[in-house]
Design a protein around this ligand. Structure first.
Ligand SMILES: [Zn+2]
Ligand SMILES: [Zn+2]
Length: 134
């Protein structure tokens, strides 16, 4: 299945040419920092199935550790994907950057030892169909 994605400002755009091999959530503390969120929803794809359609100049590389690099839009800051040495030849794409993120669903959770305690109960909280309004 071909999917497209972009950053918040639209400078970086990409397209995929195969299905994701794995879709999951990572709850490790590094992924919290990478995304600025409670956990990272990620989708793994072979490098050759991922094509940058726009924004090669906008994409910034940040070396997190000798093993992991983060790639994000230098204009709006959206994290697009990571590269991990243990997943050679793959890109770890942030699900939130897909134009239609409903087309994938995580099948596993990693680093549950660092999962924030409220995450498992998230739908039991006060829920609104849209933004909070009084
Ligand atoms: Zn951007
Ligand atoms: Zn992680």
């Amino acid at each position: 299945m071909r999917m497209t994605g972009s950053c918040l400002c639209g400078a970086v755009k990409y397209a995929t040419s195969s299905d994701f091999e794995m879709v999951g959530n990572c709850h490790c503390n590094t992924c919290k920092k990478i995304t600025g969120s409670a956990f990272e929803a990620f989708a793994v794809i072979p490098r050759e199935s991922f094509t940058l359609m726009a924004g090669e100049d906008a994409l910034v590389e940040y070396k997190i550790s000798p093993k992991v690099k983060k790639y994000f839009c230098g204009t709006c800051g959206t994290p697009i994907f990571n590269q991990h040495r243990l997943a050679a030849g793959k890109l770890i794409v942030h699900v939130g950057t897909l134009d239609d993120p409903t087309c994938v669903a995580p099948t596993l959770n990693l680093y549950c030892e660092s999962m924030l305690p409220w995450v498992a109960e998230i739908t039991s909280r006060k829920n609104f169909d849209q933004g909070f309004t009084r």
